[in-house]
Design a protein around this ligand. Structure first.
Ligand SMILES: Nc1ncnc2c1ncn2[C@@H]1O[C@H](COP(=O)(O)OP(=O)(O)OP(=O)(O)O)[C@@H](O)[C@H]1O
Length: 246
């Protein structure tokens, strides 16, 4: 579904990512680990098509189509959706109106009810929202958009220990949509690439493959739960060794 080949990216002449190779197959959930400043958000934002990230080498394929040069709105139409780490406040735009524009046939009220977001629908998007409320607002927008590939940048950050269950179960529900439908053409659920530091989200979502990004490039890939254990016990120093062992 998503294939990134030798991707090298700069912002304002500064190299942020180099020679990144990564894949997310249809129906798979992959995880992106890495220390602060490694370039994880930059990679996600580049995949989504934010214009300040300039691809100087390599390409991004989505469902075998080269989307490297496409603007963000066209990527969204093709089925890419992002939950940002720090989404902007949108003064003057009510959450209910944004959700209405995003939803393709799904009733915004039903979505809001399921996410316990009804009381936020008349407020301006993210303005004055708490950290956890911002995450739920982002999830509501994604649910309305109904993408086939979810790019989730630290979905658990700023969420308290009780609300993490709500956020985790919502993401699980969104990703498993379609899993039980009959027939050969049925999609094997949705696909996702998730950035996580704590791994809390993996208590709710089954992850298939993990990648470790260090210094702007992918150092290792493998079993995400084993990688998380390794990172917790030995830190990211091991990334470098892993690279050397390749
Ligand atoms: N638009 C930009 N202009 C200048 N520098 C940028 C821009 N976007 C990202 N960077 C820089 O690129 C580096 C990688 O940032 P990024 O946000 O991708 O890291 P990250 O791996 O997601 O870190 P964290 O885990 O702390 O969120 C940082 O040094 C950051 O300051």
């Amino acid at each position: 579904m998503l294939k990134i080949e030798d991707l090298t990216v700069e912002v304002n002449g500064k190299l942020l990512l180099h020679d990144v190779n990564l894949e997310v197959k249809r129906g798979y959930t992959n995880v992106l680990f890495g220390p602060n400043g490694a370039g994880k958000s930059a990679l996600m934002r580049t995949i989504m098509g934010f214009s300040e990230y300039r691809v100087v080498k390599g390409r991004i394929l989505f469902n075998r189509t080269d989307i490297t040069g496409l603007p963000v709105d066209e990527r969204a139409r093709l089925g890419l959706g992002i939950m940002m780490q720090r989404p902007p406040d949108m003064s003057g735009i009510k959450l209910k109106d944004l959700v209405k524009v995003l939803s393709k046939g799904t009733n915004p009220e039903t979505l809001a009810k399921n996410l316990d977001m009804k009381r936020f629908m008349d407020r301006d998007v993210n303005v004055g929202f708490s950290g956890g409320e911002i995450k739920r607002s982002e999830l509501l927008q994604l649910a309305a958009q109904n993408p086939s590939l979810y790019l989730l940048d630290e979905p658990e950050s700023g969420v308290d220990l009780v609300s993490i269950e709500q956020v985790g179960m919502t993401i699980k529900g969104l990703l498993e949509e379609g899993l039980n439908c009959p027939g050969e053409s049925c999609e094997k659920g949705k696909s996702a690439l998730i950035i996580t530091h704590t791994g809390q989200i993996l208590d709710y979502v089954n992850a298939d493959r993990g990648y470790i990004l260090c210094n702007g490039t992918v150092m290792c890939s493998g079993n995400p739960l084993k990688m998380l254990e390794e990172i917790k016990s030995r830190g990211y120093e091991e990334c470098i060794k892993c690279r050397l062992m390749k």
